[in-house]
Write a new protein. Structure first.
Lengths: 358, 319
């Protein structure tokens, strides 16, 4: 009933190709955006912003970047954490070298540095496939994290080896650093995430996106029908690493406030990969669902024992957390290998027909 | 000119000047390489028989070692703790096959790969919850492993060889030899290889997929225990070992995912080369700690020329 598509006629190809051919999808998105932009900021506490809303958005953005590479172009990457690091360090260098640079612009530019690095480490993908490529991207992961530690210029030779985000103003409002308010940072992240998502949706459903999907499904066949494999794979690495780099810059500037090399280690790569896979490879929506699950769940698990008054030390909670996430990943893979996005697609299908079975 | 000198001339001059030190470095690398090879061997066995890229192999090493030490700390004699740990590894193999692998048969490779990462996280959490997260000392002496060291005097210098390292190398050699005999000479070994060649053909002549999977994961568990004891004796037992276990991945790339020989040769080569690079190039020129990435970069370069690794099966693609 809610999702009845009967009576929505399309009379031109343009209408059929519209972003939302079904009216209810657009309305649903409108409601979600209303929540994100108006209702949540009015009601959320500082803890909710810091522990839930901002990290969910940033992780979802990183997963979106990875999903373009792995889900759309079929190139498995385990180096996401390091590419986030490249974005973060590039942004830090940009704002320390050009202090008057607009922070929005700095973050947008820093993506290009990680995109360049991504293309460089994506070159082997022209020769190597599958798991061999996955391990090859680990070379990027370990090499770059080592570089973040050893190359003093990157963190301005600070004695701690960490980068510290300064207070930066944009149009008279402090957006980063210790003095920035959660609300401003939330809006900043939200706007960036919405922009990038809109771009990603349009890239993936356009000519480039179809090229990627053809390469993912079978690269030799794609080559035979005239797709330039090198261009397809390298553009995927470029776009993916760009988004990942932007999310890395946001990660440090809008959320953590400080970072050292170890923050971008392999466990960050895996967390992003989990989000992409549990959300659903080859889907945009899935990244948000997956990020919500992976980021929100530990917060919830951490709160449960306290709520029941069970005395558990924080280290035990941490251990149980790791264990539960492992079990959940397995459970989700068994229940729905195509991810949460597929689950939503099934529900939507049912809603369209409801209350009839066929 | 100066830079070229420090890169291409000085290290070799250093090597020639102190051959005993060079031998010591090579020995250290070799011992590390044996352990990389063992971890890689566990990967190869599971990959050969089921096409599953078992990311959990590294963590199984830590888990086995942790169980052994944990059982000993609970008051069980060391020599009884070993069979008990093996029983735990067998139970783990059965549970993994039942709960994880069986429902995921026929899924794409990446899903199975993710499932093994799920197993990894689960084992890390389980191990830390039961045995605690702090570093433990491997019960080397209690297991009857000698702990002294032998001094050799080649080229008029000194090379010191730890007896526990020697034991590890010999033990690994015996393990690999018996594994090769098992794979090539026994019925189960043939069944494992048949399954690796063609799943459907193997099933159709009556080889049980689930039994073989349990056996293979159990063998991987045994290898993990041996590796865990050897490594724990050097570095203590904690989940920090996990990082070292990632080293087995470039070994696999270098040797090829399907090749037992490749795992051994690749492991030894990477162990020795990364030590040499660290001592003669990394520390003087790059600020040290190059062992974190050297193996990966080396494997990457090799793969650019041989995409299937040094010993892997040739990749034939059909459309």
């Amino acid at each position: 009933m809610l999702y009845r598509t009967a009576g929505q006629f399309k009379t031109s190809y343009a209408e059929d190709h519209a972003l939302f051919p079904v009216r209810q999808d657009a309305m649903l998105l409108g409601v979600i955006l209303l929540f994100a932009f108006v209702i949540l900021p009015l009601t959320a506490s500082a803890f909710t912003f810091q522990a839930l809303l901002i990290p969910v958005l940033i992780y979802a953005l990183a997963a979106l970047g990875l999903n373009i590479l792995t889900g759309y172009a079929g190139q498995l990457s385990l180096g996401t954490g390091a590419f986030m690091g490249v974005g973060a360090y590039a942004c830090y260098k940009l704002i320390t070298i050009f202090p008057e640079l607009n922070i929005f612009l700095a973050i947008a530019l820093s993506g290009f540095f990680s995109a360049g690095t991504g293309v460089l480490f994506g070159l082997p993908s022209l020769r190597i496939k599958g798991f061999y490529l996955a391990i090859a991207t680990l070379a990027a992961q370990f090499f770059l994290v080592w570089l973040f530690q050893k190359w003093g210029w990157l963190y301005n030779y600070s004695s701690s080896g960490a980068i510290q985000v300064p207070n930066i103003e944009m149009f008279g409002v402090t957006v980063t650093g210790p003095r920035a308010s959660d609300l401003v940072q939330y809006y900043f992240v939200l706007v960036v995430v919405c922009l990038v998502t809109w771009l990603a949706i349009n890239i993936t459903r356009g000519r480039i996106g179809r090229m990627w999907k053809a390469v993912r499904d079978m690269d030799i066949a794609a080559e035979l029908v005239g797709i330039n494999l090198m261009r397809a794979k390298l553009t995927a690495f470029f776009v993916s690493s760009y988004i990942v780099g932007v999310s890395g810059a946001l990660f440090v500037f809008m959320w953590r406030g400080a970072a050292e090399a170890n923050l971008f280690d392999i466990s960050l790569s895996f967390r992003v990969l989990f989000i992409a896979i549990i959300g659903g490879l080859g889907s945009i929506l899935g990244n948000y669902l997956g990020a919500f699950l992976i980021v929100a769940l530990p917060v919830v698990i951490g709160a449960v024992p306290a709520a029941f008054g069970i005395p558990i030390s924080s280290s035990t909670v941490e251990h149980l957390n790791v264990m539960t996430i492992g079990a959940l990943i397995i459970a989700f893979l068994i229940l729905e290998p195509h991810g949460l996005a597929r689950l939503w697609a099934i529900i939507r299908e049912k809603l369209v027909l409801w209350p009839f079975p066929h | 000119m100066d830079i070229l000198n420090t890169i291409f001339v000085q290290p070799f001059a250093d090597m020639a000047a102190a051959p005993d030190f060079l031998l010591q470095v090579i020995w250290e690398g070799l011992v590390g390489g044996v352990l990389y090879a063992l971890i890689a061997l566990g990967f190869v066995l599971i990959y050969k028989s089921s096409r599953i890229f078992n990311f959990a192999q590294g963590i199984m090493v830590v888990f086995a070692a942790l169980t052994l030490v944990g059982l000993y700390e609970m008051g069980i004699p060391a020599l009884l703790a070993v069979p008990l740990t093996l029983a735990v590894m067998f139970a783990l193999a059965v549970v993994v096959e039942r709960v994880v692998l069986r429902p995921l048969v026929n899924q794409p490779d990446i899903i199975l790969f993710m499932a093994t990462i799920g197993i990894t996280l689960f084992l890390v959490g389980l191990g830390e919850t039961i045995f605690g997260g702090e570093n433990k000392v491997m019960i080397t002496a209690e297991l009857g492993i000698p702990t002294g060291s032998i001094m050799l005097e080649p080229f008029g210098g000194f090379v010191s060889i730890e007896e526990r390292d020697l034991t590890a190398v010999v033990g690994a050699g015996v393990l690999v030899a018996s594994l090769l005999v098992f794979l090539n000479r026994t019925k189960i070994g043939r069944a494992i290889r048949a399954l690796g060649d063609d799943h459907q053909a193997a099933l159709s002549i009556g080889i049980s997929l689930s039994t073989i999977w349990v056996i293979v994961w159990f063998i991987a568990g045994i290898i993990a225990l041996v590796t865990g004891i050897a490594w724990g004796a050097r570095a203590g037992v904690s989940f920090a070992l996990e990082v070292i276990a990632y080293k087995a991945l470039p070994v696999l790339m270098l040797g090829g995912l399907e090749s037992v020989t490749g795992a051994i040769v690749g492991g030894l080569a990477i162990g020795v080369l990364e030590k040499l690079f660290e001592v003669y190039w990394g520390q003087p020129l790059l600020g040290g700690n190059t062992e974190a990435w050297f193996a990966y970069v080396l494997a990457l370069i090799v793969l650019l020329f041989r995409p299937q690794g040094l010993f892997g099966e040739r990749i034939i693609e059909r459309v």
